[in-house]
Design a binder for this molecule. Structure first.
Ligand code: P1T
Length: 382
């Protein structure tokens, strides 16, 4: 299980051509808002940077290549990308959403879009019978995040795509946790793939960004229109940084995955750890699906600590290599307390139902030495 050999080459070259004017090997940062025209609406293909910018264009080609898609679109954040996807729907449409999603995704759907007469129903999509029964004539979209945030449940994309086809609903997959190198949702029947590029694709905790990839030309036109008309685009500098990040995605993902695996195995033997959530452990309830659908398990590991909330806070404060912070997917290891941080906006009853409680801790294993990560956890757990 690992990054495909061809992907090491792909990430270095995706979307990048030597600059035709200078031969510069790196894509220039076209830090411009507008472009001189020779006559009204006669120009070299760019008229205004909300509509298009050469640095962003190169990034969008790279995004498409990462997911093996026909089209890529860049957004100013992961949530802006999600927003653009939802904005192709019409009032009255119904969306089925997997119950364990990033807190901000749930907040976007529940608090922002519900008031535009769109309805969102959150269900456990590891239960396909339940999913099929929830389908209605007005269900226009099925929204899957896999592995899920923060409980790392794995949803069978191929099986959900069969249900989506039967219901004539679009299947959206948030592929942020797996990264494009460990999971290819289009190969399992997804219609739209979305990423928070703030995470693994950016990889250095210095960018907020989002990506949408699609194969269908008409769907691309619809989402591109939202991008243009709504304007939630990244600037050229962010686009440049992402192009730079993508070149090292394959080597980073291999190390994240190796560290995640070692940390998960260490935690499961620790007497103060009650339960470990990691799709690469054979005892994970969807291990068979994860092995079939994923090529690696990335660096996300969640676990429940024994004791009470004060014990959890003491543990978090004793960590030295892991920093207590929101976000994930960067080269440096982070630790998060979902209940009080990333998932504080999830209704309490839902959190209780899912098992996002005071004892739950989420790790994003960076690319430091696994030995140092385990030493840090050992000292903080002592
Ligand atoms: O933060 P932003 O770039 O807008 O991306 C939102 C988002 C979308 N999808 C998934 C799976 C995510 O995890 C996120 C953001 N998540 C965090 C900030 C976090 O710490 O979980």
């Amino acid at each position: 299980m690992n990054v495909r050999a061809a992907d090491f080459t792909k990430v270095v070259h995706a979307g990048v051509e030597a600059d035709p004017r200078t031969g510069a090997i790196m894509t220039p940062i076209f830090q411009t808002s507008t472009y001189v025209q020779s006559a009204p609406n006669e120009h070299k293909g760019w008229d205004y940077s909300r509509a298009g910018n050469p640095t962003r264009d190169a990034l969008e080609v790279a995004f498409a290549a990462l997911e093996g898609a026909r089209h890529g679109l860049a957004f100013s954040s992961g949530l802006a990308a999600e927003q653009a996807i939802i904005q192709i729907l019409n009032p009255g449409d119904h969306v089925l959403v997997c119950d364990d999603v990033y807190g901000g995704t749930g907040r976007l759907f529940r608090r922002l879009f519900a008031k535009y007469n769109l309805s969102f129903e959150f269900i456990d999509m590891t239960d396909l019978v339940k999913l099929e029964a929830a389908l209605r004539p007005e269900t226009k979209m099925i929204w899957v995040e896999t592995p899920t945030n923060p409980l790392l449940k794995v949803i069978d994309i191929e099986a959900v795509s069969r249900i989506a086809r039967r219901g004539k609903a679009l299947l959206v997959v948030d592929n942020t946790f797996a990264s494009p190198l460990f999971q290819s949702p289009f190969e399992w029947g997804a219609d739209i793939v979305v990423h928070s590029t703030t995470k693994y694709i950016g990889g250095h905790s210095d960018i907020i960004g989002g990506a949408v990839m699609v194969n269908d030309d008409a769907l691309h036109e619809q989402i591109k229109f939202v991008q243009f008309a709504g304007g939630a685009v990244p600037g050229p500098f962010e686009a440049f940084l992402l192009l730079r990040s993508i070149k090292t995605l394959a080597v980073r993902m291999e190390k994240h995955a190796a560290n995640g695996m070692e940390v998960a195995h260490y935690l499961k033997t620790h007497p103060k750890v009650a339960q470990v959530f990691f799709p690469g452990l054979p005892e994970h309830p969807q291990y068979a699906i994860a092995k079939r659908q994923m090529r690696g398990f990335s660096g996300m590991v969640s676990f429940n600590l024994k004791g009470n909330y004060d014990d959890v806070v003491r543990f978090l404060q004793k960590l030295e290599v892991f920093s207590l912070a929101e976000s994930l997917g960067g080269v440096e290891s982070l630790v998060n307390h979902p209940e009080k941080m990333t998932h504080a906006s999830v209704p309490e009853e839902m959190r209780r139902h899912l098992g996002i409680g005071s004892q739950l801790v989420r790790l994003s294993c960076g690319i430091e030495s696994a030995e140092d990560l385990i030493k840090d956890l050992k000292r903080a757990l002592a």
